[in-house]
Write a protein that binds this ligand. Sequence first.
Ligand code: MTE
Length: 313
Amino acid sequence: MPFPKPSDILPSEITSPDIYKQRRRFVQAAGAGMVAGALGLTGARAEAGEKLSDVQRSVWTLPDKPTPLNTISSYCNYYEFGPDKDSPQRNAHRLQTRPWSISIEGEVMRPQVIDIDDLLKLAPLEERIYRMRCVEGWSMVVPWVGIPMIEIIKRVGMTGNAKFIEFYTLADQEQMPYIRFPLLDWPYMEALRMDEAMHPLTILAVGLYGEVLPNQNGAPVRLVVPWKYGFKSAKSIVKIRFVSEMPQTTWIKAAAAEYGFYANVNPDVPHRRWSQSSERRLGEFRKRKTLPFNGYAEQVASLYAGMDLRKWF
Ligand code: MTE
């Protein structure tokens, strides 16, 4: 078991809900505060690189050495900002991350539009060092900051018909230069089965390395599902929809034979055009063996008991 047990966390490491709900999430640098004051701006600012306050250490974290921040923020897939690994870093400064709200719809008891700053108050922010594996064969280790997805599910309450959950991301031609091109079927949409979305490893991330997410990594809020290929982790989410049928996601529409709904990291099931048995962790020379479920088998394999994972890739 790579994770410590919840009983191993010291009570002193847990902030009481009363305290974290009152405190502001964002610690303003003195200079930034003065500028905001001079411009007459009010409310919490949340710009990339700003420090996040009250971040707790999570039990769901691995001992791997994190990939450097400048690698994580310069080697990205975010096709709305361009097709190359460095295009998101060059173009994503155009993304406006405040004000930002997420509409929660479909098979829920309490449909609602929730402001990002209220979402941040649903639960304590946690830092979790996760392994991330891209379907293209590279991997990295990311110290995410976020809240468990289950907290949002609890807030809206699902109906008995909710079996899957869709995550729609922003598609705004004004801010995203590649929306004009049919690289993918915009808006980018990914989805999970409800039990996957409720799994404690599934988070909505708002930061990395203790700071507000760089825009190119999916600010202000993106999904993170560490046992699946990275394309499931939808960036810059604007709508979450609970549905009864398994949806056709963006990548299934793009190439159904290559990208399955489940997209669980699986060294035994090759991509149509290449093997998935090994990976190159960014910054390392020698390849590593890819692990089933990206090293999270103990935590998630039971979700797929009895399923033929070659068919349901
Ligand atoms: N989300 C949106 N909206 N648009 C995208 O192009 N790319 C996906 C996923 N989420 C993508 C997205 C893919 S293919 C990967 S591998 C991960 O984001 C990459 O996340 P990272 O750049 O933060 O490592």
